[in-house]
Design a protein around this ligand. Structure first.
Ligand SMILES: [Zn+2]
Ligand SMILES: [Zn+2]
Length: 363
């Protein structure tokens, strides 16, 4: 099967014919239909996020189950699925307390470049090629853990379903699961890419009052306003706008950019006693500076949220239901779509950052 292989950091992808071994116990083979291109993939291309090479990247995908390995009971050939990059074990202390994104089994193995048993199903001319985030969606087919397969309704379009596999769940979950935004409250979202725009849509769904988007790109600010932001400003105007619109700061902040200094700026934008949820992942060795005395006196909550702190098998079908009912315009995130051969162009699109979500069409 054809896949885009990354052999070295900061080099173009090469399209290669790979061998894909059949699914083992508790594994599933999926014929992919669409994959999103995510900032986390780019951080792996640059080497900022460590994951072994050569590898087939991509972790935001949807498709149809092609075959199942021994013991698989939750999906069958023909089922439409979104792929979750956190195949939670369901048995550890985090899973049993409902915090699946912290799973003791899946989370530590996320960047190991293998499936859960520590081996790979991908080979190129007999030599092993690594997986990425258990999924490797820049390919025609993939083998993934059964726990990564989230069954969805057949009428959900694959490009939207693919984006539910990462950006949409991350942004919506940050607002609904982690911040727990209340009706009438104020919210500021730093970064209006796929994740930030998803957060804005979820905030509107939750009944937030003032929703302020902060992004340097005018094109993204325009989309943010269409999707539910009440105001959209550039980073240099953010301080003044927040004072004018919220007085002492927003009730909730979402930091989705991962840019240097962004967490400190987002911290300042939240009112005393407010909650800041950090979603954008900065380079591995980046540190965050917060004012020490104010951290105590102002009692702000600063928390991370991985993958929208989601429970994939309930949250992902729920988000697609809301989309199909016309209550969450998730299709507005589907941007330029390229064939697998043009994957380098898709990443150039991502870096230029003017549009919404870039996708790879794998049909
Ligand atoms: Zn992602
Ligand atoms: Zn677990």
């Amino acid at each position: 099967m054809r896949a885009a292989v990354l052999h070295e950091h900061r080099r173009p992808f090469t399209i290669e014919e790979l061998d894909l071994a059949p699914p083992g116990p508790a594994e599933v083979e999926v014929r992919l239909h669409a994959s999103g291109v995510c900032r986390s993939d780019w951080n792996t291309v640059t080497g900022d996020t460590p994951s072994p090479l050569p590898a087939v990247l991509g972790h935001e995908g949807a498709g149809v189950v092609a075959s199942v390995g021994p013991g698989v009971t939750s999906v069958a050939p023909g089922d439409h699925v979104v792929l979750s990059w956190l195949p939670a074990c369901g048995r550890c202390r985090f899973c049993t307390s409902g915090r699946l994104t912290l799973c003791d089994v899946a989370a530590p193995a996320l960047l190991a470049g293998t499936l859960l048993d520590g081996t790979t199903r991908l080979t190129l001319a007999g030599r092993p090629v690594h997986h990425y985030s258990f999924l490797s969606t820049f390919a025609e087919r993939t083998v993934v853990p059964e726990a990564s397969c989230v069954r969805i309704r057949d009428e959900a379009p694959f490009p939207v379903a693919a984006l539910v596999g990462c950006a949409i769940t991350t942004g919506c979950g940050a607002v609904l699961n982690r911040a727990r935004v209340e009706a009438g409250s104020s919210l500021v979202v730093f970064g209006a890419g796929g994740v930030g725009l998803s957060a804005i849509m979820a905030a509107r769904l939750a009944g937030a009052g003032t929703v302020i988007a902060v992004d340097p790109a005018a094109s993204r600010r325009a989309v943010a306003l269409e999707l539910g932001a009440t105001h959209a400003v550039g980073p240099e105007e953010a301080g003044t706008a927040l004072t004018d619109l919220t007085g002492a700061g927003a009730d909730f902040g979402i930091e989705s950019s991962g840019a240097p200094g962004a967490v400190a700026a987002a911290y300042r934008a939240v009112r005393r006693g407010g909650t800041l949820v950090c979603v954008g992942i900065p380079p591995e060795d980046a540190a965050v500076e917060l004012p020490g005395a104010a951290l105590v006196r102002d009692e702000k909550v600063v928390t991370g949220s991985l993958y929208g702190s989601c429970r994939p098998h309930t949250d992902m079908p729920m988000l697609l239901d809301l989309f199909l009912e016309g209550r969450l315009p998730l299709d507005r995130l589907v941007g330029a779509t390229y064939p697998l051969e043009e994957i380098d162009r898709a990443f150039a699109d991502l870096r230029e950052g003017g549009g919404v979500r870039t996708l790879i069409d794998l049909t």
